[in-house]
Structures are given as structure tokens and as C-alpha cells.
Ligand binder design. Structure first.
Ligand SMILES: Cc1cc2nc3c(=O)[nH]c(=O)nc-3n(C[C@H](O)[C@H](O)[C@H](O)COP(=O)(O)O)c2cc1C
Length: 234
């Protein structure tokens, strides 16, 4: 199919509100692949994300099939050896106060869903390591970004792109999960995909069809009411 001819691909008939409210991070995929024309349709949606000065600073790689297996093997190996190669620092110990509480709450919800006890360190690690087999997803999207200044603004652009991509997945009846854990191995991923060093990476997005029976999909994270974090001025 012509990659520029995806206008005829139908979205599901969810309303915008339904798309927003049904999107959630998927941690268990069926191995059913997504057709090339549907992937192209999602990419056609994602490219509509806004960006600073319309720079559109995303160079997205879609990895499937044998290449995905090769990538997973490399990530599992590097993770086991503790050979991290991130482009940007990330330390959950930087979270404090209410942000730390929410981070703990996510962990607790997730480990309960997988029936892992808090003191079971090995069990917790096993769940977290599933990031590197992409929770069984048949595809991963990695939006690489050119480096500009301190990269804060381009990082914001990539975030907007990521959310547009995720919402489009939902609208197509698909599911996805953004993964900072993939960014811990940006150097390894670049090497395997033959991406030049000047393109940086924040996160990848594993995607495909959600496995409705996976414990990883048995919960939905809540949000604070807007009264707690919105200030109106007039
Ligand atoms: C940039 C970004 C990176 C994330 N990285 C991971 C990750 O590495 N592994 C993971 O299991 N979840 C990851 N998540 C998913 C978050 O935990 C999830 O978005 C949050 O708990 C809210 O849940 P929801 O997406 O289901 O609404 C990430 C989310 C974002 C936005």
C-alpha cells in the first residue's frame, strides 16, 4: 500500500472523550501483528502533533519481526549486565512528596495485579524486566530526536508526538505503552538500528493488540481531580 494513502483507514467509532478515557498503558500484548496500512495510518495521525516552530523533530523507527527479536535479545543482555547507555539522566529518587506517593502507588497497583508481594524483590524485577521483551508486543516505535540546546523543548515536542501516537493507537482499536526503560539503553538501540549518535532518545512505544487476559491490563490508574492542581486567574 502507498504509505501516503491512508485516508481510507477507518478509526473505531469512539468519540474523542471515549478515546481519551479508554487509553491506558498496556502491559500484555497478543502476538497478532498490526497490518502495515494501519501502522501507516497511526503514523499519519501522530505527525499532526504540534511542535516548537513546527520543527517536527521526530525521526521515528518502527521495529518488528526479526529485528525486534534482535533488539529484545540485546536489551535483555545489556540489562542483565547493567550496561546502561541513556542519553538523559533519570532517577526515581528525585521524586518527592505527592509525586513520590503516586510513583509508589503505581508500583503497588502493578505488583498487586501480578500477585507479587512487596518484599519479593526478584518478582518485582521480573515484572520490570518485561519492558525488554516489550510486554510481548509485536512492534515498537522509537521517536528519535535531533539534539537542540538543553533538549528540554525538543523533549516536549517528542512528548506531544508520543501522546498523539498513543491516542491514535486507541482510536484504531490498538494499545501501546510509552517506555522510559527503553531509553536507558539508547546507545545499544542506536547501534542495532544504525542510527547516528546525534539523534537522541527519550522513550520507545511498544504497541499492538492488548491481551485482555493479561494481569498487566487488569487495572487503570486514576488521576487527581482538577481542583487539586489547577489555578484559575482572571
Ligand atoms: C514518558 C513515559 C515513560 C514511561 N515509561 C514506562 C516504562 O518504562 N515502563 C512502564 O511500565 N510504564 C511506563 N510508563 C507508563 C506510566 O507508568 C503510565 O503512563 C502511568 O502510570 C499512567 O497510567 P496510564 O498510562 O495507564 O494512564 C511511561 C509513561 C510515560 C508518559
Amino acid at each position: 500500500m502507498d504509505r501516503n494513502m491512508t485516508e481510507d483507514i477507518q478509526h473505531s467509532n469512539l468519540t474523542f472523550k471515549e478515546v481519551l478515557r479508554s487509553r491506558k498503558s498496556c502491559r500484555g500484548f497478543l502476538d497478532t501483528p498490526v497490518t502495515e496500512d494501519i501502522i501507516t495510518s497511526v503514523l499519519d495521525d501522530a505527525k499532526l502533533a504540534p511542535s516548537n516552530c513546527n520543527t517536527q523533530p521526530w525521526e521515528t523507527h518502527i521495529i518488528s519481526g526479526n529485528k525486534l527479536r534482535e533488539l529484545s535479545e540485546a536489551l535483555v543482555r545489556e540489562n542483565k549486565a547493567g550496561r546502561f547507555s541513556p542519553d538523559f539522566t533519570f532517577d526515581v529518587d528525585d521524586y518527592h512528596g505527592q509525586y513520590k506517593e503516586r510513583y509508589f502507588n503505581l508500583g503497588q497497583t502493578m505488583y498487586e495485579a501480578f500477585d507479587i508481594k512487596r518484599e519479593d524483590k526478584e518478582g518485582r524485577k521480573e515484572i520490570s524486566d518485561r519492558n525488554y521483551t516489550f510486554f510481548n508486543a509485536p512492534h515498537v516505535a522509537i521517536p528519535f530526536m535531533p539534539s537542540f540546546g538543553d533538549n528540554v523543548r525538543v523533549g516536549g515536542d517528542i512528548g506531544m508526538y508520543g501522546q498523539t501516537f498513543l491516542l491514535s493507537l486507541t482510536a484504531h482499536g490498538l494499545a501501546g505503552i510509552p517506555q522510559t526503560s527503553l531509553g536507558f539503553f539508547a546507545g545499544t538501540i542506536r547501534e542495532i538500528l544504525n542510527v547516528p549518535e546525534e539523534f537522541k532518545m527519550l522513550f520507545g512505544i511498544s504497541f499492538g493488540y492488548a491481551d485482555p487476559n493479561s494481569p498487566g491490563n487488569s487495572f487503570k490508574l486514576g488521576r487527581e481531580p482538577i481542583t487539586s492542581n489547577i489555578t484559575f486567574h482572571q
